[in-house]
Design a protein around this ligand. Structure first.
Ligand SMILES: [Zn+2]
Length: 311
């Protein structure tokens, strides 16, 4: 099956009360792990590449690997640019064949964000590509994206922004956070459902996106640390809150940290348990299996997109 945009995916997800998982890919094993999970669960999926991933592997390499993997996936797959910093980055990946782009103008002032997003939307739509924009600021660190404090999205501004830019989906800030060190272990994370509800009321049918939504699985952190890692304890986003958001206007949930932690834990375990092992397929293969397991869990328990390809 060829790559698709997120247009139909989001429409079905909105109506069906579930969300599509967006997972960052950097190499073959992560890509295969994610797609094997999507195939096993008969769930559509979004593969996304940050500018960091593109610097690491190259846009053509990523696209060629995705094309090869998608052929046997048997589910709807979109290829998305995560946190596109400028129109040049957007143009580069559209040329490479991505079907969806994010333009993150959230660090600009409001009018500049509107103007730059609108420019990206016009360019992308003319080429059949959809655009995710961002309003509000998430705290945390993710590749090249870093912010110290949350700035929650204002519903009235979100409505104005969507109308003026023509973007296809909007990432909002309601309390999720980028990176592995989201909150201290004793913190009680809380998503602002009142903001989400108000946006949903004012923009009925419009797909909302949550970034920074990993759970930071304590078992994965513990395994990393048991096998020589030094990863700080942290609190992620509670599952039940994400499940609730998925049943509302949230159609796309980004989770990257949990895949990184699972893969690292699995590889560290192979190194720890079998120190004589030096075949990369043995430890990268274990990492790939771990990625698949995490993604299957997210599809069943957080996204609710299990069997969505059959509906
Ligand atoms: Zn993000």
């Amino acid at each position: 099956m060829p790559l698709v945009t997120t247009k139909e995916m989001f429409k079905k997800a909105y109506e069906g009360g579930y969300a599509i998982g967006a997972f960052n890919i950097n190499n073959m094993e992560i890509l295969q792990g994610v797609l094997r999970a999507a195939k096993a669960k008969k769930s559509p999926v979004i593969l996304q590449c940050s500018t960091g991933a593109i610097k690491y592997a190259g846009p053509q390499m990523l696209k060629a690997m995705v094309d090869a993997a998608v052929k046997e996936a048997g589910v709807d797959v979109a290829l998305h640019l995560d946190h596109g910093p400028d129109i040049e980055a957007v143009k580069m990946v559209i040329d490479a064949g991505f079907t969806s782009v994010m333009f993150d103008g959230s660090h600009y002032d409001y009018e500049e964000n509107v103007a730059k997003t609108k420019e990206v939307v016009e360019y992308a739509h003319a080429r059949g590509v959809v655009v995710e924009a961002e309003l509000g600021v998430l705290a945390g660190v993710e590749d090249d994206v870093e912010a110290a404090e949350h700035v929650y999205t204002e519903p009235a501004q979100a409505v104005d922004f969507v109308k003026r830019t023509g973007c296809d989906s909007l990432a909002i800030a309601i309390g999720t956070s980028h990176g592995a060190f989201k909150f201290p272990p004793d913190f009680k994370p809380q998503l602002k459902f009142d903001i989400l509800e108000e946006i949903q009321k004012q923009l009925p049918g419009f797909p909302i996106v949550l970034h920074g939504a990993s759970a930071v699985d304590p078992d994965a952190v513990a395994t990393c640390n048991q096998y020589g890692g030094a990863i700080k304890d942290a609190k992620g986003i509670p599952e039940e809150m994400l499940r609730k958001a998925s049943s509302m206007a949230v159609c796309k949930i980004n989770m990257d940290t949990d895949l990184r932690l699972a893969m690292t834990a699995a590889i560290r375990k192979v190194f720890g348990d079998t120190p004589a092992e030096f075949d990369p397929r043995k430890y990268l293969g274990a990492g790939r299996d771990a990625v698949q397991k995490v993604v299957e869990y997210k599809i069943d328990n957080i996204l609710g997109s299990t069997d969505a390809m059959n509906k």
